[in-house]
Design a protein around this ligand. Sequence first.
Ligand code: HEC
Length: 124
Amino acid sequence: MKKLLFVTGMFTLFMLQSCYYDNMEDLYPDNGGTTCDTTNVTFNLTVWPIIQSNCTGCHSGSAPSGNVSLENYNDVVVSVENNKLMGTIRHESGYSPMPKNSSRLSDCNISQLETWINHGYPDN
Ligand code: HEC
């Protein structure tokens, strides 16, 4: 029951946020003082810098951690399509929380990744 309330709560928060997002991001740049830019999100411009600073240290090379490589566009798309990427990044139950042994990505980075996926993961 507690879990259901929590999930419902998170969902409501998420819905509220997405409704207000477009208008509020210009008016209230409150992500630690910087605006969260979710316009024109592409792999090269937005996603790759996030992955490269937080993930490729473990997920690249000949023996990537967990056998998951995130070295390039195609690799990342594999993890999107097998539904593991966002589960790990959002720290959902049933997924190993990533980046491993460090704090969750910023809410802004997480929404940028969500936007990218919702837009059909444009390459550039
Ligand atoms: C410090 C090393 C390290 C970093 C940094 C790291 N990972 Fe991982 N990752 C692992 C290990 C080790 C595993 C294997 C599962 C485990 O041990 O938790 C793994 C597993 C995974 C899996 C498979 C999870 C599953 O449930 O099958 C995905 C997807 C993943 N990582 C994505 C990411 C993403 C995305 C990032 C960056 C935001 C990231 N990882 C950062 C070490 C890391």
